[in-house]
Design a protein. Structure first.
Length: 163
């Protein structure tokens, strides 16, 4: 069974976001071993410099890379970033099927912090993936990614969920 992780910066503060992710995690249990791995978010003062922001991106990137190393064996890494490739739900389903058939045992989707992902994380990724040219709050992006992963598995299972 394929393992699918979302490695992300920060935690979900509002209960309704947690409930939504929990619902998709429960549904995904029929298709894969699914988990969300959170790394601590770095805080910035209200007035910060570009150098402060760069330091935060690098620090969060190191934390993400550490989690990726612990999940490295046979893993495929998809970095969620605005400059990434946009896939339809059907294309994402095909990508997940291709990964599984290709012998990979794990897929790690990575969501960065408020200022994005470090270059090192993007370089480590097998795929840079964008949800949209629009910008979404990270908490909503996490829920949307959970839903799209569930939709992809539903498509591959020929379920009626995807219309």
């Amino acid at each position: 069974m394929l393992s699918v992780n979302i490695i992300c910066v920060g935690n979900l503060k509002e209960k309704y976001w947690r409930d939504a992710c929990d619902e998709y995690a429960k549904r995904l249990g029929a298709f894969c071993k699914f988990s969300i791995i959170e790394v601590p978010e770095s805080r910035l003062p209200k007035s910060c410099s570009d150098a402060d922001i760069a330091r935060v991106i690098e620090t969060e990137g190191e934390r993400i890379l550490d989690k990726l190393e612990k999940n490295a064996a046979g893993s495929f890494v998809a970095a969620m970033c605005i400059e990434g490739r946009e896939l339809s739900s059907v294309e994402l389903a095909g990508q997940l099927e291709k990964i599984a058939v290709g012998g990979r045992s794990r897929v790690n989707f990575v969501i960065g912090g408020s200022y994005g992902l470090s270059g090192a994380v993007k370089s480590r990724a097998d795929l840079q993936l964008s949800m949209s040219p629009m910008t979404f709050p990270h908490q909503l992006a996490r829920v949307m990614l959970c839903e799209q992963i569930y939709r992809a598995f539903s498509i591959n299972a020929d379920s009626k969920y995807h219309k």
